[in-house]
Design a protein around this ligand. Sequence first.
Ligand code: IMP
Length: 440
Amino acid sequence: MAKNDDLNRLVIVGAQWGDEGKGKVIDFLAAQADVVARFQGGDNAGHTVVYGANVFKLHHIPSGILNPCTLCLLGNGMVINPQILVRELEDLEKRLIKTDNLRISGKAHLIMAYHQAMDEANEKMLGEKKIGTTGRGIGPAYADKALRRGIRAVDMLNFSHFCEWLAGILPLQNKILQEIYGQPGFKYEELCEFYRPLCDRLRPLIIDTDLLLAEEIENKKRILFEGAQGALLDIDHGTYPFVTSSSTVAAYASAGTGVGIGWINNVIGVLKAYTTRVGEGPFLTEQKGETGAQLRERGNEYGTTTGRPRRCGWFDSVIGRYAARVNGLTGLAVTKLDVLSGMDVVRMAVAYRCRGEIIRHFPLDPSDMKECKPVYEDFPGWDEDLSNIRTFKDLPPAAQHYLQAIEEAVGVRMEIISVGPDRSQTIICPESQAAVWMRK
Ligand code: IMP
């Protein structure tokens, strides 16, 4: 097998609370990838990719699908909603995008109709204490995986086997829905018939993706691992319990695809030039007034999956450093720098003041964050429109200075800067891993 000292396997992860613009970065890098593999999450993710006049909103399917020569894989670490995936495929096909380059790991778990019903009912039951989930059934599907009563993609290969599994599991799922959540249950026959055409449509795509990946590595193919959500939503390292139910950090690119950890050594973390979050949970640099509204409108900060307005605030380098550490970032991509044009002052949190003490690390207990306030450093703003700039040296000096401050505060080299939603609105820093990757 090839040595692990090349750039052929690159992981892209979110380094904030998701929605950092990973879709755009992955779409850009996917032009030079042979394979794009997603490794966690499900249709809670929403990637918007803009290509010319076309806007694509993807949920399960990797952004690489827009490149007809790129093989796209849904890895074993994902949870997949067959109904939504089939709808996504149909949408792409209607717009003449080739989808026969998609494959699904047989080991991926399915999000079933009852998972979605439980997610919604659970949020309702939590009331004020709700997580603010996307309502896609992600938590219940991962819970069933851990409880060893999930249905996997491989079960769709044989429909009678699929129905047998369902028959065994459904009485318990209905009991939970009816007796705990006071919701109606699902009828076995109806559910089986609902899934029959979905199994038929997806069956040809379900394979042993980790075997395929091993062959691709053997053949020195380039693999891009596509993360969803972000470090602060990670089930272990995020602001628990206000997190998603999967491991979003780079190490899971290995477990979530079946590619041994030794084969992966480059990780680009995507950070927005400011910060956003959807759902509940702590967010120290949040701006609830005019600045937040300005960022939301200029940055079109509304959820791709749920349409919810995102909470907006200043860049937080405490989070950036934390994400760099838990992911082992080797490079940074900073997105939406153009959104900051026209701000008099751009602020960055460089530390937190917690009970009179200045801390530069992310607190162990996120509930301590109630006692913390950000310590800001202010940077002069710039007025220039950045959307047509394609090299770092052409950026206004104030924007260059701000980016250098991010790089320094996070402690990781800048690789990519995004100045607009289109693929072409991208600056690649010279001598970076991304520049080498793009020179294939
Ligand atoms: P869940 O993943 O639907 O269970 O939602 C749990 C938390 O993660 C909520 O705060 C969601 O808003 C957040 N979340 C899940 N997926 C995304 C995403 O793709 N972008 C941003 N936030 C997300």
